[in-house]
Design a protein around this ligand. Structure first.
Ligand SMILES: Cc1cc2nc3c(=O)[nH]c(=O)nc-3n(C[C@H](O)[C@H](O)[C@H](O)COP(=O)(O)OP(=O)(O)OC[C@H]3O[C@@H](n4cnc5c(N)ncnc54)[C@H](O)[C@@H]3O)c2cc1C
Length: 297
């Protein structure tokens, strides 16, 4: 107890908000998840780096929490949230964003300044750090298209990694393989565009999302990665009759079978049980192994 108090005091001095036993269900889009030991919110990149150093890298980073499924019970680890790291600046001809910046805000900022390239990211509810981590994408666009560099803290020092060092591929990057790299800032290329055209495209993208996705329920978006070209998981799940399949409070969405929704106080176990059921049924029907796109913590 004394030790915990001491750590909390150090964290406060480093420029953090600190919460003990904070439930992750309050911070993730699935609205599922039990308490964690310490939930720490740094005010600045400096505090972020110092806090990682204090914990010797033994922390989990939470961006907007839109791609994770935490456990129901107590999780014996510390979370560092990037929610307050949201600065945007120009550096030469690049737009440099702190990792906690919400993609929606980034898209609106780009619209306001007449920069095109971000339109298809509009509606992806994650942070810049989360988008780089998993090379988020939609409608044929992916984050890697615009990334020029990422500033990281590697546990020892801050380094600038160029795009060629980031190992981007479909829903993948170096950050998935190397958990000791923490994303601080991301430099994006910018292209001058026509504001009216950018606005119309963003509008169109949002309409498509509202039409096709069950945005009225908590979820973490598409649960599974596309296992191969032209294999659409949502359609495949629908074809084997699993739309609306439910366990406990979790259900395969009636609107988009690639989504599992939390429609009635679902537990992490409910969602995991559905994931395993879908994996088995898809394998039986198509001899295809599905992998999750969401991270199971
Ligand atoms: C309704 C809905 C629609 C969605 N649509 C799409 C879509 O169209 N396309 C798509 O690709 N995804 C989509 N997603 C999933 C999700 O929004 C994206 O994957 C997003 O990029 C996740 O960002 P995040 O900040 O929420 O990450 P989190 O869920 O907070 O974290 C995901 C992973 O990134 C790591 N991470 C986050 N920040 C950092 C950092 N600074 N340094 C190191 N690691 C970090 C975390 O540790 C974790 O491992 C959707 C989700 C929802 C709920």
């Amino acid at each position: 107890m004394k030790y915990l108090k001491k750590i909390i005091n150090i964290l406060l001095e480093l420029g953090n908000d600190v919460y003990t036993n904070e439930k992750l269900k309050c911070h993730v889009s699935f609205r599922i998840g039990g308490p964690v030991r310490l939930f720490v919110v740094p005010y600045s990149l400096e505090s972020f780096v110092k806090t990682i150093k204090l914990f010797e890298g033994n922390v989990r980073i939470l961006g907007n929490g839109t791609n994770v499924l935490p456990k129901d019970d107590f999780m014996d680890y510390n979370i560092l949230s990037t929610e307050k790291l949201t600065e945007i600046v120009f550096e030469k001809d690049l737009l440099v964003c702190e990792s906690g910046l919400n993609l929606k805000r980034l898209c609106l900022y780009a619209l306001q300044h007449g920069f095109s390239g971000f339109e298809k990211a509009y509606g992806i509810p994650g942070s810049v750090g989360g988008a780089v981590y998993m090379n988020a994408g939609a409608f044929g666009w992916e984050t890697a298209n615009l990334v020029e560099f990422v500033d990281v803290y590697d546990g020892n020092k801050i380094r600038r990694l160029s795009k060629s060092e980031l190992d981007f591929s479909y829903r993948n990057s170096i950050f998935k393989k190397n958990k000791g790299l923490f994303i601080l800032r991301v430099g994006f290329k910018i292209f001058e565009g026509d504001k009216q055209k950018i606005f119309l495209e963003m509008n169109d993208i949002i309409k498509k999302r509202v039409e096709k996705q069950p945005l009225e329920f908590p979820s973490a978006g598409s649960v599974f990665k596309r296992p191969k070209e032209n294999f659409y998981v949502g359609s495949a799940i629908e074809k084997i009759g699993l739309k609306g399949f439910n366990i406990g409070g979790a259900m395969i969405s009636e609107k988009h079978a690639g989504f599992i929704i939390n429609y009635n106080n679902a537990t992490s176990k409910d969602v995991k049980d559905i994931i395993n059921h879908v994996k088995n049924k898809i394998y039986e029907a198509y001899k295809v192994n599905l992998e999750t796109e969401i991270e199971i913590w």
